[in-house]
Write a protein that binds this ligand. Structure first.
Ligand code: AMP
Ligand code: ZN
Length: 114
C-alpha cells in the first residue's frame, strides 16, 4: 500500500528501531512508548485491521504471536509477563490502518484499559 505508514516502515522508507524480522512479520519500537518495553508487531503484507482476518490469511496472526513470545524472551520480560493488544477501528482506538499488535512489558499493567 503506497500510502501506508507501516508499509513504509516495513519497506525501510521510514526509519524504525527494528527488534525482530522474519519472512512474514516485522517488529519495531513504538515511537511513543506506553511501557518500558513497547513494541509494534505487524504483518509485512498489508492488512487494514482485524476485520480483514479470514481463513485465507489468518496464519500470519500466529506468526505475530510467535514473534511476540520470542521478543519477550530475548528482551528478558517473558517471565514477569506482558500484554499483547490489538486496537481495531475507531471505537477500538486504532490510529494506523495497517493491522498491528502492541507488545507491552517491563511494568505491572493495569486492567481494565480505558
Ligand atoms: P494504534 O493506536 O493501536 O493504531 O497504534 C499505533 C501506534 O503506532 C501508536 O502507539 C503510535 O505511537 C505508533 N506509531 C506511530 N507512528 C510511529 C512510527 N513512525 N514509529 C513507531 N511507532 C509509531
Ligand atoms: Zn500497510
Amino acid at each position: 500500500m503506497a500510502d501506508c505508514l507501516f508499509c513504509k516502515i516495513v519497506g525501510g522508507e521510514i526509519p524504525s528501531t527494528k527488534v525482530f524480522e522474519d519472512d512474514y512479520v516485522y517488529a519495531f519500537r513504538d515511537i511513543e512508548p506506553q511501557a518500558p518495553e513497547h513494541i509494534i508487531i505487524v504483518p509485512k503484507k498489508h492488512m487494514a485491521s482485524a476485520n480483514e482476518i479470514t481463513a485465507d490469511n489468518s496464519a500470519v496472526i500466529g506468526k505475530i504471536f510467535e514473534a511476540a513470545a520470542k521478543i519477550a524472551k530475548e528482551l528478558g520480560f517473558a517471565e514477569k509477563g506482558y500484554r499483547i493488544v490489538n486496537n481495531c477501528g475507531e471505537d477500538g482506538g486504532q490510529t494506523v490502518g495497517h493491522i498491528h499488535f502492541h507488545l507491552l512489558g517491563g511494568r505491572s499493567l493495569q486492567w481494565p484499559p480505558g
